[in-house]
Design a protein around this ligand. Sequence first.
Ligand code: IMP
Length: 196
Amino acid sequence: MKIILATGNKGKLREFTQMCDTEVIAFSEILGTLDIVEDADTFKGNALIKARTIYEKLESEDYIVISDDSGISVPLLGGVPGIYSARYAGEGASDKENLYKLVEAVKEQGVEKTKAYYTAAIAIVSKYGEYVVHGWMHGDVLSTTKGEKGFGYDPMFVPAGYDLTLGELNDDVKKSISHRAKALVLAKPIIKMMQR
Ligand code: IMP
């Protein structure tokens, strides 16, 4: 069975491809561009909407569809941007616009850093059913950005136990501690079970 990734986000695609030991195909290679309305109020709900929609459009039992809905939450700001991470600076906003909006929001609080965490919900949908697993990465967000690695909010995020941002740290570090990597550890046995 082929594994299809239900994401168009280049940063996520790169990370998934590096972390999976089997071949993964982006849904866009088969279905082109699709506008999926993610209107659930949880990461889990939105991950399921994405995976289900793509699975139904593929119209074949030969596929396992994996989706990731993720984002960053800042308790000092009441948990924002949370599930709205991809559109924090407005519908269609770029990663950089979202990043700088959060930097400004932290700055407005008059602090140099504050606690934050990333959440990833991975949904797996196939003829065997629907599953969702989660992973988290805790740390701090800064009122500035440092480095260019990673994507999204990485240049302002310092993982717990480190002094550098994910924009500065080597990709291998993120691969071993990220919310997505942790969720994928739980997702892998489910995917393996479906492939048997
Ligand atoms: P989604 O594609 O609707 O799940 O949106 C996720 C958004 O959360 C992305 O556009 C990023 O802004 C942010 N995000 C999720 N995971 C990461 C990460 O690992 N690093 C940086 N930003 C992330």
